[in-house]
Design a protein around this ligand. Structure first.
Ligand code: DQA
Length: 145
């Protein structure tokens, strides 16, 4: 099975970026841990600062076929990107929304996610473990575990 780990703006800065909120692990560290933890899964990793590139990756992932689902940390796009929401709606494979921080325990503007409604599940507040829980949850949904 094949899962896309998709990360949006500023997540390339993990490790250096506000470690008190996002932890000290880099995106590379997190991705390597996923590969080690889920040996049966074939991962594809993509990060972009650009909304359009994330949309194209989602479409590509759907069109290529063979992908079971997507674990997505959309960063700040979570809170305002209707284009991202529409792209998630437009594809049929499940997308799991993940956040390192608990977006419901932070600033008011972070408490709204415009993508949750069209995602199959949401994980928020477990640090790097949010990605692991997202993958595990996705596998359960697909009855692969
Ligand atoms: C984030 C939370 C967002 O509000 C923020 O803009 C991010 C990271 C998280 O993983 O906690 O870039 O998605």
């Amino acid at each position: 099975i094949s899962i896309l780990i998709l990360n949006g703006p500023n997540l390339s800065r993990l490790g250096k970026r506000e470690p008190e909120i996002y932890g000290s692990r880099t995106l590379d560290d997190i991705n390597k841990e996923l590969v080690d933890t889920f040996p049966g899964v074939s991962f594809d990793f993509f990060q972009s600062e650009e909304e359009g590139e994330l949309l194209e990756k989602l479409f590509h992932c759907e069109d290529l076929g063979g992908y079971s689902g997507v674990v997505l940390n959309a960063g700040a796009l979570t809170h305002y990107s209707i284009a991202l929401r529409d792209a998630i709606s437009a594809i049929t494979i499940p997308v799991i929304e993940v956040h390192l921080s608990n977006i419901y325990a932070r600033e008011e503007f972070r408490r709204t996610s415009v993508i949750s409604e069209v995602c199959s599940g949401v994980v928020s507040g477990f640090g790097a473990n949010s990605y692991h829980l997202g993958v595990r949850g996705l596998m359960g949904m697909l009855e692969l575990d």
